[in-house]
Design a protein around this ligand. Structure first.
Ligand SMILES: [Zn+2]
Length: 299
């Protein structure tokens, strides 16, 4: 049985419920028709006050302790893929037109401070896409600052590695650390594809490929997008947070498997060298500030 057939079989076993949103019209813009080539939108999902000591760094070693939180929409002629969905749910705050400070309290009592300006759903709509009409949802990993609006995408097909899903929905006992399960509860019954291969070619033509990148979490992944004009881009997930982790060769203190992260970094470096793709570090505040944001896009 080929991997896709296995994934489909697994889907039939675990999903049970097929949520509307897939089928006719899924992935197409609210107005207009799908583009003829791949494009990618970058959304401003806020900024996080970081603690560099959690990354084996000190304040004098980083340009800034702040972290961007970025969300992405890849639009392919065959459908749409949402990649990471923010740190604060749209429903948990009211936009004022100015930066709004939000305190996030995790289930284990840890607190984080976020600044948000625009809701993700409104940014998507402004680009012509409704959260309920996205074809695929993928999360780089389960940490709270990547999952906040996941419930809004429960109508999409969720692309996830089984080891990540198992950690998000444990049969018993406490959930995975640094998660906010209420933000992704609805994915439990989403149409789901369990990915077993290292590489998963989302639309079948090699332009949008999720790559296994474990270590930060068990089923952590990065996303390769081949854009016709921009070229190849790898969205890092949390393979790195600060660019200085890369230049100074530091690891976060909270990797699920640090040795695996080291191996993953080496294999992604080899992939970048081979393809000459750029890597966008999603939490890199300075790098992210230079990216054009929706409704502008990269093509
Ligand atoms: Zn993370």
């Amino acid at each position: 049985m080929n991997p896709r057939a296995i994934a489909t079989l697994a889907l039939a076993v675990i999903a049970g419920v097929v949520v509307s949103g897939i089928g006719c019209g899924a992935g197409t813009p609210v107005t207009g028709s799908p583009p003829s080539a791949v494009r990618m939108y970058v959304f401003d999902c806020g900024a996080l006050e970081g603690d560099v000591s959690r990354f084996h760094l000190n304040a004098s070693e980083v340009a800034t302790a702040r972290m961007s939180v970025a969300c992405f929409l890849v639009v392919h002629p065959k459908g749409t893929l949402m990649w990471d969905v923010g740190a604060v749910p749209d429903g948990a705050w009211s936009p004022t037109g100015r930066p709004v400070t939000q305190r996030v309290v995790l289930p284990d009592g840890q607190e984080r401070t976020m600044t948000v300006v625009k809701p993700l759903g409104a940014q998507l709509m402004a680009s012509g896409y409704a959260p309920g009409r996205i074809s695929y949802l993928a999360l780089s990993h389960y940490h709270w600052d990547h999952t906040a609006n996941a419930n809004d995408f429960a109508g999409a097909t969720w692309l996830v590695r089984p080891e990540e899903r198992d950690a998000m929905f444990p049969a018993s006992g406490p959930g995975a650390p640094l998660t906010q399960p209420s933000t992704y509860r609805a994915l439990r019954t989403s149409r789901t594809v369990l990915i077993h291969d290292d590489d998963y070619d989302v639309f079948g033509d090699g332009t949008v490929v999720m790559k296994k990148a474990p270590g930060h979490t068990p089923g952590h992944q990065v996303l390769y997008v081949q854009l016709p004009k921009t070229g190849g881009v790898v969205l890092s997930g949390d393979l790195y947070h600060y660019p200085e982790e890369r230049t100074l060769n530091r690891l976060p203190t909270f990797e699920v498997n640090p040795d695996q992260t080291v191996a993953t970094r080496a294999s992604i470096d080899a992939f970048l060298a081979k393809t000459r793709a750029k890597m966008w570090i999603q939490h890199d505040f300075t790098g992210n500030a230079q990216l054009k944001k929706s409704p502008a896009y990269y093509d």
